[in-house]
Design a protein around this ligand. Structure first.
Ligand SMILES: Cc1ncc(COP(=O)(O)O)c(C=O)c1O
Length: 359
């Protein structure tokens, strides 16, 4: 079976983990510090704060910006649930804005009409490895004095006009094994703001500024040095991984027929966390079964938009329609695009998909 993801673990990661285990410092220590600095350098910001996951990175970032009950945060309904759940953890309300049908990202044209006196922040999600239109979003945020908290969990190294994901506002990243780089589990927050940097560190460590004096409610969201050692080695390979993903994507785009392939608008560098096609004419689910019969994994990211999830319907009674997110949920299919694929894997995927689509 050609799998959807395959973490690329080399001798470097294994050696780095062994060194941590031998060092005697296995929880948060010097490797976390080094990983944070290297990650900040990659994104092009002053500070990075490591956490236990992308979810806790989002949660911490929102808390650090004082998002709380009564606040509204604008985000995409077409995303992994954590983007919206992290808003709920702060007791604020997620306000959904429909997506652009071409990029699958939040549609900047629709953002202004969703702004109310309670809106505090925009949380754009750079889905599948393609950044949102940050110039437009930044202009809206400036006009209405709103914060930007980027969900860059799927976009390590992606750029827009040469500027990296996670450097437009406060950035958040996931380091889960399926991502473009991993620390097994882990997350990262990025910022240029020294106060946000400090506040994230306090929240990560039980609200503690001075040892065993707790000024506020915090959590244990600390990354371990074991995870950071893996992350540091993966970060060194991120450019190569992303290049391989881009080459795999180029091969698909040049050879797939009968499906709508992903776009990379002018000025954007897509890092293809997912290679996601639209399958027209209600054929998506049967294409998926056909690929499975030919030993090819594929996945639907995401079959249910967040506002349609039963928990959100039941608890928050969202009576909204997001036609593009709802249509995308019925048409999208992600194909394996990770750097562990061989050329014959790529050819096998293209041949099977084209065969099914009648080409
Ligand atoms: C868009 C998005 N946001 C948030 C997350 C949460 O990250 P994690 O799984 O590391 O908590 C993910 C991870 O799957 C994601 O894809």
């Amino acid at each position: 079976m050609i799998s959807m993801a395959k973490p690329q673990m080399g001798a470097e990661e294994k050696q780095a983990v062994l060194e941590v285990l031998d060092s005697g410092i296995i929880a948060q220590g010097p490797r976390v510090k080094a990983f944070e600095q290297a990650f900040a350098d990659m994104v092009g910001v002053k500070y990075a704060i490591a956490t236990t996951s992308g979810t806790t990175a989002l949660h911490t970032a929102l808390l650090a910006h004082d998002i709380s009950k009564g606040d509204e945060v604008i985000t995409s309904p077409f995303t992994f649930i954590a983007s919206a759940n992290s808003i709920l953890y702060t007791s604020a309300r997620p306000v959904f804005v429909d997506i652009d049908p071409v990029t699958f990202n939040i549609n900047p044209e629709l953002i202004e009409s969703a702004i109310t006196p309670h809106t505090r922040a925009i949380l754009p999600v750079h889905l599948y490895g393609l950044m949102c239109d940050m110039e437009r979003i930044l202009a809206i945020a400036q006009k209405y004095n709103l914060l930007i908290i980027e969900d860059a969990c799927q976009s390590h190294g992606a750029t827009y006009n040469g500027q990296r994901a996670g450097s437009y506002g406060t950035g958040t990243f996931s380091l889960y094994p399926t991502k473009n780089m991993t620390s097994a589990e882990g997350g990262m927050i990025t910022t240029n703001n020294p106060e946000i940097d400090e506040e994230c560190r306090v929240i990560r460590q039980h609200g503690m500024r001075t040892r065993y004096y707790h000024d506020e409610l915090g959590f244990n969201f600390r990354m371990t040095d074991v995870h950071a050692a893996i992350g540091l080695e993966q970060l060194k390979k991120l450019g190569k991984f992303n290049q391989q993903r881009r080459e795999n994507a180029q091969f698909f785009t040049a050879n797939l027929r009968g499906v709508i392939t992903p776009c990379e608008p002018e000025g954007f560098q897509h890092v293809y966390h997912q290679y996601t096609v639209r399958v027209p004419d209600g054929k998506r689910d049967s294409l998926r079964s056909y690929l499975a019969d030919h030993d090819i994994g594929s996945e639907i990211y995401y079959p249910v938009p967040v506002h349609r999830q039963s928990f959100y319907q039941r608890e928050f009674n969202y009576h909204i329609e997001m036609p593009e997110a709802e249509r995308a949920a019925t048409e999208v299919l992600s194909l394996p695009v990770h750097p562990g694929l061989s050329h014959s894997d790529l050819e096998h995927i293209v041949t099977a998909a084209n065969q099914f689509m009648g080409y």
